[in-house]
Design a protein around this ligand. Structure first.
Ligand SMILES: *[C@@H]1O[C@H](CO)[C@@H](O)[C@H](O)[C@H]1NC(C)=O
Ligand SMILES: *[C@@H]1O[C@H](CO)[C@@H](O)[C@H](O)[C@H]1NC(C)=O
Ligand SMILES: *[C@@H]1O[C@H](CO)[C@@H](O)[C@H](O)[C@H]1NC(C)=O
Ligand SMILES: *[C@@H]1O[C@H](CO)[C@@H](O)[C@H](O)[C@H]1NC(C)=O
Ligand SMILES: *[C@@H]1O[C@H](CO)[C@@H](O)[C@H](O)[C@H]1NC(C)=O
Ligand SMILES: *[C@@H]1O[C@H](CO)[C@@H](O)[C@H](O)[C@H]1NC(C)=O
Ligand SMILES: *[C@@H]1O[C@H](CO)[C@@H](O)[C@H](O)[C@H]1NC(C)=O
Ligand SMILES: *[C@@H]1O[C@H](CO)[C@@H](O)[C@H](O)[C@H]1NC(C)=O
Ligand SMILES: *[C@@H]1O[C@H](CO)[C@@H](O)[C@H](O)[C@H]1NC(C)=O
Length: 465
């Protein structure tokens, strides 16, 4: 390294007036701290006036600060590193911006300021960073933005404001960002947008609004965005949701308490985990849905062939939807289905015609059910293993299980004289029953739900004894 400049720290010799505060002049010789673009152990206080080098350090394209406490990005940063393209200053306790901050930063493409202590993005602060493509301000304490906070960022394509404390946004805040593709507002306190807030962001492609306080969502907001591909609304309370887009690659609303969902337009991938759906979403273009995640919804037994219009499904998740049976014709139109999850339900056995149409199935997850051992054996031999389909083993407590078929838990029916299952005498079965009951009693609340199922089965068993 040919730059001899820069030393660290505390040459507190000089006091100067800076920004109206008594500021301390410090020289931080970067050469002592930075090797191969990684700088460590740098400490810069809020009132320090910092000189980083005696002359510019050319050809340094990327800098990452680790284990440093930098209350503000030094004012001369981009004079010192005129070629800097990527600046990573995450987790450095950055509190404030200096003014001007980005003068001379016209080579800067990516700025990562996540996990800091920023509260405010002052007006016009990014003047000079007119080629910035990526700006991460996630995990700060930003409460307010101004109309001109992002002024000058005409090349910005990706911005993350995730995990801040934004409750409201001014109408013009995103207007300068004409090239914005990816906007992350996840983890804020937003409950509404001013009408027209995205009207200048015509190329917006991915927007993440998850974990905010929206109780309603208007697709109208994005009526000018023909390229919108991804929308994440997870963790908002959107009980009656209507989406209306030309073509969405992926619409996500996990943990939204949705009771009713209508999707106009095309959507390819729909994630609706942990909602309150009792019926399938209403989607006129259901045939174009290729991924559907309905896990943890109270859908129950899917009566009336509700999947018949979803003829293009490749991935379907029906885990934990409270099924104790599956109608024989439910997968009739699922010739393209590659991945099916029916785990964590109360399924006992199924009718075989169910599998006739699943010609493309490669992954089939059916663990954590109440399988009958005879049925399960048959399922394994005549379908799963025969077709070389991947499945998953069970993690149920062995004390509660009669047997496992290839790692999947199952229970025997006592009255059936099957060779494999009930070779044992009645008294032995009764004893086993008592042991299992005791085991059940000693278990904790967390798994109680599962036990209720087992209890019911044991009662049936006992009735037959
Ligand atoms: C972080 O910096 C402090 C003081 O500057 C130093 O004592 C510590 O060893 C550093 N830790 C790492 C992991 O570099
Ligand atoms: C931030 O730094 C602290 C220690 O300096 C570390 O414990 C923590 O994991 C870091 N967090 C992130 C998100 O990097
Ligand atoms: C913010 O910008 C919008 C349009 O971009 C304008 O209508 C509004 O008056 C501006 N507000 C302020 C406070 O400047
Ligand atoms: C939007 O993207 C297209 C294709 O990438 C590009 O031609 C167009 O200039 C972009 N529009 C704006 C406003 O950046
Ligand atoms: C959300 O933010 C993270 C970083 O904060 C980023 O990696 C991700 O791509 C962002 N965008 C979306 C649309 O979620
Ligand atoms: C939305 O942002 C959150 C937080 O950054 C992230 O965990 C989540 O994966 C993002 N969603 C998408 C679809 O990228
Ligand atoms: C399920 O969604 C509700 C909100 O409807 C949320 O409170 C709960 O934490 C979510 N559960 C899980 C396991 O994510
Ligand atoms: C919808 O599906 C039809 C039939 O498979 C296909 O021709 C069409 O291109 C699809 N449209 C979209 C937007 O996915
Ligand atoms: C289906 O959803 C459950 C619950 O969210 C999840 O554990 C499982 O991994 C999902 N299955 C697949 C195949 O992704």
């Amino acid at each position: 390294m040919k730059f001899l400049f820069l030393v660290v720290c505390a040459i507190a010799a000089l006091h100067t007036r800076y920004n109206g505060h008594a500021a301390q002049l410090r020289r931080v010789w970067m050469q002592d701290h930075c090797h191969h673009g990684i700088c460590t152990g740098i400490d810069i206080g809020r009132n320090d006036y910092v000189i980083l080098s005696q002359m510019p350090i050319a050809k340094q394209l990327m800098l990452t600060f680790l284990n440093s406490s930098i209350a503000k990005i030094p004012h001369l940063m981009f004079d010192t590193f005129p070629d800097l393209q990527v600046l990573r200053m995450e987790n450095c306790s950055v509190e404030v911006f200096e003014k001007p901050q980005f003068e001379g930063a016209s080579n800067l493409m990516s700025l990562f300021l996540g996990h800091n202590l920023l509260r405010d993005i002052p007006k016009n602060i990014f003047l000079g960073a007119d080629n910035l493509h990526t700006l991460h301000l996630n995990h700060n304490q930003i409460r307010t933005l101004h109309n001109a906070s992002f002024h000058a960022l005409k090349e910005l394509q990706e911005m993350s404001l995730a995990d801040n404390q934004l409750a409201q946004l001014p109408l013009g805040v995103f207007a300068p960002l004409r090239k914005l593709l990816d906007l992350n507002l996840s983890g804020n306190r937003l409950s509404a947008f001013p009408r027209g807030i995205f009207d200048r962001n015509l190329n917006l492609t991915r927007i993440n609004l998850s974990r905010n306080r929206f109780v309603a969502f208007e697709s109208e907001l994005f009526k000018l965005q023909p390229r919108l591909k991804l929308l994440d609304l997870s963790g908002n309370e959107l009980q009656d949701l209507t989406l209306n887009f030309a073509v969405l690659e992926s619409a996500i609303c996990n943990n939204c308490d949705i009771r009713k969902l209508t999707v106009y337009g095309y959507v390819h991938d729909l994630e609706l985990r942990n909602n309150s759906l009792r019926e399938l979403p209403h989607i006129p273009h259901a045939a174009n849905v290729s991924g559907l995640d309905l896990a943890h919804n109270p859908l129950g037994t899917l009566q009336g062939n509700p999947l018949r219009r979803f003829t293009g499904l490749q991935r379907l998740n029906l885990s934990s939807i409270g099924m104790h049976d599956l109608p024989e014709d439910v997968f009739k139109k699922q010739a393209q289905l590659k991945q099916l999850d029916i785990s964590a339900n109360s399924l006992y056995n199924l009718k075989f015609p169910l599998f006739n149409d699943l010609k493309s199935l490669q992954y089939f997850y059916f663990q954590q059910n109440n399988w009958n051992c005879d049925f399960l054996q048959l399922l394994m031999n005549s379908f799963v293993k025969k077709r070389d389909i991947s499945f998953m083993e069970d993690t149920t407590e062995p004390e509660l299980v009669d047997d496992y078929v290839d790692g999947v838990a199952c229970w025997y029916e006592s009255n059936k004289a099957s060779k494999k299952c009930s070779g044992e005498g009645l008294s032995e079965a009764a004893l086993e029953l008592a042991i299992v009951r005791n085991d059940i009693k000693s278990f904790t609340e967390i798994v109680e739900k599962k036990f209720i199922k087992v209890y019911r089965m044991l009662d049936e068993l006992k009735a037959r004894l």
